[in-house]
Design a binder for this molecule. Structure first.
Ligand SMILES: C[S@@+](CC[C@H](N)C(=O)[O-])C[C@H]1O[C@@H](n2cnc3c(N)ncnc32)[C@H](O)[C@@H]1O
Length: 232
């Protein structure tokens, strides 16, 4: 298992804020890219048992788990991991006792990999589905908690009208999350202020989670933003 920081997803079109236009389009925003990534990781898992990348490192997973525990989220709460990748977050949630968890990803190889990892861990009560979050079936709804670690980042890099895709993301989130439900997002491409702007309609900021600080060339900031929103 290896930890992957934010750098792999960053494709800022210029220094500073991405502005309304967003980021320079990148292959990282395409399904083909993620399919190739997870096909490779599936092969590595089958050969060597390595579960693959943990986006933003293990601390990013622990930060989310600590938040769930601190806020006493009931173990039977319906939790959705948006763009679950290798499903490691789902595995850790299940190990904590969460029993109503769902992971979706638009990459069939990601879902195959997460299914294999979950099976090897001997876990049950995890639902996995190949779904495009931007084009969801109506039955996927009623979640108390939705978690995104790197998926909104990837969608923001889509070469095909990323602005519209970001709007679709907010619409899908509004549809699947219950009123007063929580949305936990970890991002390396968007700052706290930018995320507040992206999710200003129908959501309010509940908490800013502490993330590591960097300091370079006389400037300092956070390499990753982790925010909790609540649906109003
Ligand atoms: C940076 S990876 C993060 C994976 C995982 N959340 C983690 O932390 O390891 C982004 C994930 O989002 C998925 N993804 C991107 N766009 C998506 C979409 N529209 N619907 C569902 N999944 C998507 C990709 O297939 C990939 O698994």
């Amino acid at each position: 298992m290896s930890a992957r920081g934010g750098a792999g997803l960053t494709a800022r079109s210029r220094e500073g804020s991405p502005g309304a236009g967003g980021f320079a389009p990148s292959a990282l925003g395409t399904r083909e890219h993620w399919d190739a990534v997870y096909e490779r990781e599936l092969h590595t898992f089958q050969e060597y048992g390595d579960t693959g990348e943990i986006w933003f490192g293990e601390e990013s997973v622990n930060r989310l788990l600590r938040w769930m525990q601190r806020h006493k989220i009931p173990l039977d709460a319906a939790v959705l991991d948006i763009g679950t990748g290798n499903g490691v977050l789902l595995v850790e949630l299940a190990k904590l006792g969460f029993s109503n968890i769902t992971g979706i990803d638009y990459s069939p190889s990601a879902i195959q990999l997460s299914g294999s990892i979950i099976e090897k861990e001997g876990l049950s009560n995890i639902t996995l589905k190949v779904e495009d979050f931007l084009n969801l079936p109506t039955e996927l709804s009623g979640f108390h908690v939705c978690i995104d670690k790197g998926t909104f980042d990837a969608i923001s890099l889509n070469p095909d009208n990323a602005i519209e895709k970001r709007k679709q993301y907010v619409n899908s989130l509004s549809r699947v999350l219950k009123v007063n439900g929580f949305f936990l997002i970890t991002s390396c491409n968007w700052t706290k202020e930018e995320l507040l702007n992206e999710f200003c309609e129908g959501f309010e900021l509940f908490e800013v989670l502490p993330t590591p600080k960097f300091s370079f060339g006389g400037r300092s900031g956070n390499s990753v933003a982790a925010l909790v929103f609540q649906k109003t």
